[in-house]
Design a protein around this ligand. Structure first.
Ligand code: ARG
Length: 276
């Protein structure tokens, strides 16, 4: 275990939850009859942004659009690697217009935006992990999109099959602790039961030293975390996982986004990384 884990400064894109709500149900967490406390959500979100800035990360914001209540889940908008933007095509018709709003932001910020030909939900299912991109399928992003991502970036894409509807996006079942470098694959945390048997074997082969999370940690959105290589922004109810990470030299930074869990999202879902 390294004496001291070294953080890497990140650039994030986020969307204020001004119009956040649960108006439709496109995953098992969403119950439109259960109210969302928008003021509480705004406070929780502000805490997350403060925590990022306090730890040296840059945060940009995209203007929220009325009637797009899930737009707050910025991670779904794209995959941005090497300054190139692979834009999303949402599965649910309710979310499709979000692509236009995010595309406008990226273009105004000086990026060209490629739009996926098949259903693809950005960093929700596409998780860059140093030498390759881990990619989820089964509920949202299609295998065709995985292939398109590989061709677009020229980076190997490793397809993983998700099998539990509560963990419908890869970023609800897995996150990257360390990107690694040329000679080292880095490390991840995941909840094995969210994956098919074959995909579990793939993960075990690539990451023999991965941190494994329990169902309880996963249901607390503990896998929907953001790590900068040292600090891990994590849901406070994923206590067991946070303790495990602390024992491995990481520094858990608890941030409670419980209002967002009602829509099936957490810390990572609210965070799009812009990688230059
Ligand atoms: N309600 C949103 C949906 O079902 C939540 C998205 C969460 N985002 C994520 N990156 N997992 O699409």
């Amino acid at each position: 275990m390294p004496e001291s884990r070294v953080p890497r400064r990140r650039r994030f894109l986020v969307c204020e939850p001004r119009h956040f709500a649960v108006q439709y149900a496109i995953n098992p967490w969403m119950h439109p009859d259960k109210p969302v406390d928008v003021d509480l959500a705004r406070g929780q979100w502000a805490d997350l942004i403060r925590a990022y800035r306090d730890h040296g990360h840059t945060v940009d914001t995209v203007e929220p659009v009325v009637d797009l209540p899930d737009m707050v889940f910025a991670a779904n908008s794209a995959l941005v690697l090497q300054g190139r933007v692979f834009g999303s095509m949402f599965h649910a018709p309710e979310r499709r217009p979000e692509s236009i709003a995010y595309e406008t932001w990226f273009r105004t910020a000086g990026y060209d935006v490629y739009r996926s030909d098949s259903v693809c939900e950005g960093e929700g299912d596409l998780v860059p992990a140093g030498r390759w991109v881990l990619a989820g399928t089964g509920f949202r992003t299609t295998r065709e999109a995985h292939h398109e991502v590989q061709e677009f970036f020229g980076i190997p894409v490793i397809s993983l099959q998700l099998v539990d509807p509560y963990f419908y996006h890869l970023d609800t079942a897995l996150f990257v602790l360390d990107d690694g470098d040329e000679g080292n694959a880095g490390n991840i945390v995941y909840y094995p039961e969210a994956f098919s048997p074959g995909s579990r074997k793939v993960l075990a082969r690539l990451y023999p030293d991965a941190v494994l999370a329990t169902r309880q940690d996963a249901m607390a959105f503990g896998l929907n975390s953001v790590s900068d290589g040292r600090h891990v922004f994590i849901a406070p109810r994923a206590k067991e996982l946070a303790d495990q990470l602390a024992r491995q030299g990481y520094v858990p930074v608890p941030v409670d986004l419980s209002e967002f869990h009602k829509a099936g999202g957490g810390i990572k879902c609210c965070t799009q990384e812009i990688r230059s």
